[in-house]
Design a binder for this molecule. Structure first.
Ligand code: FMN
Length: 201
């Protein structure tokens, strides 16, 4: 159904969805239980409707499931071992090997830089972040768990080719998805009143 702007949504439901969205971590998932592919496709469809300056649509997603999760796990653990130098910790290596296998799907969050459209990089990164919020909200609406993680190999330049990214593109982390075994606690935010300035004169 295509809808245009208008007061046709259940605003109470939308408000509830936004306030209920929580990060749900992989140790809270039903380990390895797969989410049906049609739901994953709907999450990605919703991500694709993020706002985008000059319609560059810079978000790209690489979706790992099944044996792909093991492939991701082995790649990131090996890259971490190779490049972490003195920062290397055996437990982090093991975590990188384990985390993807606890998920139904892991979505690599990527930004593809347009070479022919002159807009600041920050706006392309912001557009991808909007797409990720769509993923977050959609997962919540389906009763699924998920979170955006930026650890591990996220900022390792050498990781880019594995995700079909060029030099000017960015890996922005991973969205981990699974069925919820242990729900997250209620969220907390400092009052919005502390973060806003009204100018009305
Ligand atoms: C850009 C970004 C990066 C994040 N990276 C991580 C991360 O690496 N590890 C992690 O545990 N959570 C990460 N998070 C999730 C936040 O920890 C989480 O959103 C925050 O604790 C608020 O909780 P909520 O999402 O349940 O409201 C990230 C969130 C954002 C927006």
């Amino acid at each position: 159904m295509d809808l245009i702007n208008g007061n046709i949504f259940d605003v109470d439901q939308v408000n509830l969805l936004i306030h209920s969205r929580r990060s749900v971590y992989t140790n809270q998932f039903i380990s390895g239980k797969p989410i049906p592919e049609e739901i994953i496709r709907q999450l990605l469809e919703n991500a694709n409707w993020a706002p985008t300056h000059k319609n560059t649509e810079p978000w790209r997603f690489v979706i790992f499931s099944g044996n792909g999760l093991k492939k991701l796990a082995e790649f990131q653990a090996a890259l971490y071992k190779k490049n972490s130098g003195e920062r290397y910790k055996e437990e982090k290596f093991e975590k990188l090997l384990k985390t993807p296998t606890e998920c139904s799907h892991v979505i690599a969050l990527c930004m593809k830089r347009s070479l022919d459209v002159n807009i600041p990089e920050i706006e392309e990164i912001a557009a991808v972040a909007c797409a990720v919020q769509n993923l977050y909200l959609s997962a919540c609406a389906y009763g699924l768990g998920g979170y955006w993680g930026t650890g591990g190999i996220t900022y390792d330049e050498e990781a880019k080719p594995f995700f079909s990214l060029g030099e000017k593109d960015r890996l922005m982390g991973f969205f981990y998805l699974g069925f919820v075994r242990v729900p997250s606690p209620k969220g907390f935010r400092k009052p919005v009143e502390d973060k806003i300035i009204w100018v009305n004169q």
